[in-house]
Structure formats: C-alpha cells, structure tokens
Design a protein around this ligand. Structure first.
Ligand code: ADP
Ligand code: MG
Length: 237
C-alpha cells in the first residue's frame, strides 16, 4: 500500500488551508504529523479518508485513483470519537458484524482486543458515558479490530492519562511490528512522535515545511519556525 499526494490543494472560502505539491506515504511506516493549530493536519487526514473533497490535485492509492474498495482497508479516527449508545463490547464488535464475520470469530476477536487494550473493566459499560480518554481507547480498539492496512489517527491520545498513553503507544507500535501497515497520526506530543513514529511531517499554513526521519526532524530541525514550535511543545508537554 502506498498513498501519493499529487499537487493537492484544499480551500475553504477562497482560503487555501492545504497545499502539498508532492508527497508519498509508504507501507510499513508510522508517520507523525505535527504543527500548530489550524495548520491543516486534520484536513490532510480527512482528504485522504475521502471525508473532504480536494479543491485541486489528486490522491493515488497504490498508484490508482480512489476506489471505494480502499475504504475497507482504511480507518479514520476523529479527534472526538463517536461511540453509539450501547455497551463498549457492542461498539467494538460492530465493525465485524458490519463485515459479516461469524459469531464465534467475533467473540474471539472482541475478547482478545478488550484484553489487549486492558479495558475489561469497561466492557459492559454504556459507551456514551465514558470519559474522554476512555472513549478514545475504546474507539481505537473498534478501529483496529478489523485489521485495517491504513490507520488515520487524529490526536488519538490527547485526552488520556500517562498510563493509558503508554498502553496505546505500545499497541500502535505492535500493530506495525511486521512492517505491513501504514499509520498516519497527528500528535501534539513531540516526545510521543519520537517514541512512536518512523517519519515526522511538520505542517504550517497547509504546507509541509519539513519532513524526514523522526529523530532527525525533531532533534535537528532545519527551519527557524520548527525550532520555535518544538521549543514551545517541549515546554508545555
Ligand atoms: N469545514 C471548514 N470550513 C471552513 N474552514 C475550515 C473547515 N475545516 C477546517 N477549516 C479551516 O482550515 C484550517 C485548517 O484546519 P485543520 O485542518 O482542522 O487544522 P489542524 O488540524 O492542523 O488544527 C483552519 O484555519 C480551519 O479553520
Ligand atoms: Mg486538528
């Protein structure tokens, strides 16, 4: 799997919020997307997930124009996850029911992921009553259960306590341990980007200002803007 951005632009009310001439995401890598508020990070993930239409340009999936079949292999997790008013267990099993997995298989996979995410204590609770961090954890479990090839995660740990963050970072790393997935993930936590990501992209005003190996981009930023951004992020995290 490979995702190529070709001259993509996205505008709202004549204002360009995303402008990427050429970029390629490849299989087996975890990409961290960082940048200030309003930089276009969420817009980038939404256009890849086809939740927002491009104003110009094209996104290729495995060198092909978008086809609906791609959506079966891709999952997008919003910043504020939407869970429906049923138990956590039912929320998590939904993607498998939707894909018509057999009941035994559903039970097996659901119990396995509940244990992997250490959410046994939440399994029978009403999902709409969870705290922000708990809901994020359940939404990620639901997103991973059908083993998608491409994960698009918008600040997946933003409301979590340190203990939950550690669990989720381990799960994300394990998910790509065979280097067969592609994970694009927006984070405000520079330390997290360094711990989890192979590559980091720094976006500002819809433009990729710097990108490359996570360690290089974070430890040896080239641009003054990124240097300033990193200094402030370290300060607040
Ligand atoms: N639906 C929309 N209508 C108008 N402007 C939008 C819309 N969605 C995002 N924007 C604007 O696009 C810019 C980029 O937003 P976003 O991608 O959400 O930034 P980030 O996720 O980096 O904080 C912001 O200036 C935001 O106000
Ligand atoms: Mg955002």
């Amino acid at each position: 799997m490979e995702i190529t951005l070709k001259n993509i632009k996205k505008s709202y009310n004549h204002k360009t919020v995303l402008n990427i001439p050429d970029f390629r995401f490849t299989k087996g890598k975890i990409y961290g997307i960082i940048g200030p508020n309003g930089a276009g990070k969420s817009t980038l993930l939404k256009t890849i997930a086809r939740l927002e239409a491009l104003s110009e340009g094209e996104i290729l999936y495995n060198h092909q124009p978008f086809r609906k079949a791609i959506l079966k292999d891709m999952t997008y997790l919003t910043q504020k996850p939407f869970l429906f008013a049923a138990s956590v267990r039912e929320n998590i099993s939904y993607p498998l029911k939707f894909r018509q997995y057999k009941r035994d298989e559903i039970n097996f996979l659901v119990e396995r992921i509940i244990s992997e995410f250490s959410i046994e204590h939440l399994a029978n609770q009403l999902a709409t009553k969870l705290s922000g961090g708990e809901a994020q954890r359940v939404a990620l479990a639901r997103a991973l259960i059908f083993n998608p090839q491409i994960l698009l995660l918008d600040e997946p740990t933003s409301n979590m306590d340190p203990n939950s963050i550690e669990i989720i970072e381990k799960i994300i790393l394990k998910y790509n341990q065979n280097k067969d997935k592609m994970i694009l993930f927006i984070t405000h936590n520079v330390g997290q980007a360094k711990r989890v990501c192979d590559e980091v992209i720094y976006l500002e005003n819809g433009i990729i200002v710097e990108s490359g190996k996570a360690k290089t981009v974070i430890e040896a930023p080239k641009s003054e803007n990124l240097r300033r951004f990193l200094a402030l992020e370290y300060y607040v995290n």
